[in-house]
Design a protein around this ligand. Structure first.
Ligand code: PDD
Length: 321
């Protein structure tokens, strides 16, 4: 059997109320996630910083998770505080018993499926969702090196706004990239840009940043809203509109974004150089702004932790007087 983890000791994961080593986590074969791909997921970065670790834009990730379960008629198993608490527990377990160092960036993977039931397509009544949370080290790609992408027709279903675990269309596109020594496959639907197999795609032309509008044809990345904010901060004009294949091929810059990639410059598309064939000025500005946003969030988390510590110390002192 192929190893399920390259982390040693292996990750400790949460599955339906229990913390267990990854290799011991089991779901029944009639779980609808296995049988139908009937479930959703989230992937959120947890950055390590001096004095702790903080989730990046977790409120937005949890809001998207709530939208995803809502769109497929699963009751959200936890509220935001419950999810945060769960992630904290999994992080703590991995820092104590798993292979996660306190100074390592990490990724929280959350999956919710409709649960286990006798096989039948329509929703069964009265079943409990399956809840899985895994935290693993995050290794960011080198952003200074541009990546090479290939392109293909987007043949996925039309509910791409749901972060569904039914990912066969995306898997085939990622495999197409791998077979062509490319980092990512950029997809077009009827000659119009949609997104990558696991990333959003951005185009720069004449100093303006363009992205496909939010719709059912793409997953709205948590970086979508973030990058929109960063353009305002950097004084870069941003426009959400349809981008044709011809426009993308004539772009000055192409950028891909996701939780696991942050922002990355695409320097070749289908073997042709993008613009000058090297990371561009808009990418550089957004990358720097992204790092500032991370530092700001880490600072805020640290201040909040210190304030919380202060409150706890004060009440402990009051109790001992
Ligand atoms: N994927 N579009 C698709 C199809 C994606 O799968 C992803 C992320 C994104 C970017 O979303 P965000 O900025 O929230 O990461 C867009 C994650 C990382 C994954 O499947 O592992």
């Amino acid at each position: 059997m192929t190893a399920v983890s390259d982390v040693s000791p292996e990750p400790i994961v949460y599955l339906n109320g229990e913390l267990v080593p990854l290799s011991e986590a089991r779901v029944p074969v009639l779980d609808r996630g296995f049988i139908f791909g009937d479930g959703i997921y989230e992937v959120a970065p947890l950055y390590a910083h001096a004095g702790g670790r903080s989730a990046f834009r977790l409120a937005q990730h949890l809001a998207r998770l709530a939208r995803s379960v809502g769109k497929i008629g699963i009751a959200n198993p936890f509220d935001d505080a419950g999810w945060r608490d769960l992630i904290d527990r999994v992080v703590a377990a991995n820092q104590t018993h798993g292979g996660l160092r306190a100074d390592q960036d990490a990724l929280a993977y959350i999956q919710v499926t409709r649960g286990v039931a006798k096989r039948g397509h329509a929703f069964p009544a009265g079943i409990q969702p399956t809840v899985f949370v895994m935290v693993t080290p995050l290794h960011l790609p080198d952003a200074a090196q541009g990546v090479h992408c290939v392109s293909a027709e987007d043949r996925r279903w039309l509910n791409c706004d749901i972060k569904s675990v039914s990912l066969l269309g995306n898997v085939l596109m990622a495999q197409y990239a791998a077979e062509n020594d490319a980092f990512e496959t950029i997809q077009f639907r009827d000659g119009v840009l949609t997104e990558g197999s696991s990333s959003n795609v951005w185009m720069v032309k004449g100093g303006v940043l363009y992205a496909p509008p939010r719709s059912h044809k793409i997953l709205e990345g948590i970086r979508y809203g973030l990058i929109e904010e960063l353009t305002a901060e950097c004084g870069i004009r941003f426009e959400a509109r349809e981008i044709t294949e011809a426009e993308l091929r004539a772009a000055d810059e192409i950028i891909v974004s996701s939780a696991t990639k942050e922002v990355l410059p695409v320097t070749r598309l289908d073997g042709q150089p993008v613009g000058a064939g090297k990371p561009g000025a808009v990418f550089a500005a957004l990358y720097a702004a992204y790092q500032r946003a991370k530092a700001k969030q880490a600072q805020e988390a640290q201040t909040a932790q210190q304030a919380q510590q202060g409150v706890e110390n004060e009440s402990r002192e009051r109790l001992t007087v």
